[in-house]
Design a protein around this ligand. Structure first.
Ligand code: ADP
Ligand code: DP6
Ligand code: CO
Length: 331
């Protein structure tokens, strides 16, 4: 039993999204969300979710307000399932008021599930009276969405796949990134994707003939990426991230039925990165499960990259950011 002192008190948490530099794409255990492979990400400062939770003995069901909209039961089922795990851990049978706000488009490949479930894990566990270590928070967040396991930590983070609920969690590699890494997000579509990450990776694992090859190259890319980070080798980091992203997206093209998260503007953004590199401006793209593109760039080239993308995609669709912190409690 957890102690009851926090019940009825509102707990607020902020979690930042992360961009995978080495992609997680496939589960060994769908129920517990154990991944096939380790993955590695960078937490981002300006993209986050704020969530507040208050458990209330008088409620007869969870009440969830998502981006100022009161959700119905069907809409909130994933979050209710997650709260059930939290209730079970705390051995409490009380429902919650939840209010969550994403400062990024939801379900558009900008990792709202990562910041969303990391923030919910932190706020709900504290509100119910559990005092979890960051490792245990990472394990808990994983149950909501795989990528959320990494958003508990700041900077560069590795999710060690493990092989059960105890052993699958993220670890910080370099929490305070004190070298020159910037990221420019290019938003080509803010709408909800047609194929969720969950469904996309399931189809790829089940049907792509390249899935085993992806696993092999990903384990090599991970070693290279860790070397690039420890040497602060920006070009090796960027190149490895871009190559790994393309290998992941090759799994969608080679699935049956085949699909892609790219749209025409995604391809245009990729081409602009190639053009910039041809002009001697070192920048690299990576893309998660959506049409939006993230460009890694260093400070000296940042202005030129921003200008190029703003001209092509409009002022409001280009947002620059830097590495961000791990979970923050707001009260
Ligand atoms: P994304 O690329 O945005 O991560 P996913 O398909 O992985 O897209 O996940 C989208 C899902 O993440 C949403 O449908 C919702 O279930 C969940 N999600 C998004 N934001 C939040 C939030 N703030 N709190 C809880 N869950 C969230
Ligand atoms: C392409 O974590 O959103 O962004 O675990 O099913 O919720 P679920 O999927 P999710 O998948 C993220 C896929 C990715 C790569 C990554 O973040 O590593
Ligand atoms: Co997601």
């Amino acid at each position: 039993m957890s102690d009851n002192t926090n019940i009825n008190r509102t707990q607020k948490a902020r979690a930042h999204t992360n961009i995978a530099l080495i992609k997680y794409w496939g589960k060994a255990d769908e129920q517990l969300i154990i991944p096939e492979d380790n993955s590695l990400s960078l937490t981002l400062k300006d993209f986050y979710t704020d969530t507040e939770v208050r458990f209330d003995k008088d409620l007869t069901a969870d009440e969830i307000v998502f981006n100022n909209h009161l959700m119905n039961k069907a809409e909130s089922q994933k979050m209710i399932n997650f709260l059930n795990i939290v209730r079970q851990k705390a051995q409490q049978n009380i429902f919650a008021h939840v209010k969550t706000q994403n400062n990024i488009p939801t379900a558009a490949g900008l990792a709202s599930s990562a910041s969303g479930f990391a923030a919910l894990a932190a706020a709900s566990s504290k509100a119910i009276g559990l005092d979890l270590s960051r490792k245990d928070l990472s394990r808990l967040a994983r149950r909501g969405s795989g990528s959320a396991t990494r958003s508990i930590f700041g900077g560069f983070v590795e999710w060690e796949k493990g092989n059960n609920d105890q052993t699958s969690f993220a670890k910080p590699i370099e929490e305070n990134v004190d070298w020159d890494v910037n990221l420019v997000a290019v938003i080509t579509n803010r709408h909800e994707k047609k194929i969720s990450s969950r469904r996309g990776m399931k189809i790829s694992k089940a049907t792509s003939p390249y899935y085993q090859a992806f696993k092999q190259v990903t384990s090599r890319d991970l070693i290279t990426m860790k070397k690039a980070i420890s040497n602060h080798d920006f070009d090796l980091m960027g190149h490895t991230a871009e190559e790994n992203a393309m290998k992941m997206h090759a799994l969608t093209f080679s699935s049956d039925p085949s699909f892609t998260y790219f749209n025409g503007d995604t391809l245009k953004a990729m081409q602009l990165v190639h053009e910039l590199r041809n002009e001697g401006i070192n920048c690299y793209f990576t893309i998660d499960a959506g049409p939006n593109v993230k460009v890694l760039v260093q400070h000296d080239n940042l202005k030129k990259v921003i200008r190029k993308f703003k001209t092509a995609f409009g002022q409001s669709n280009v947002v620059a950011t830097v590495p961000g912190p791990g979970i923050e409690y707001l009260n």
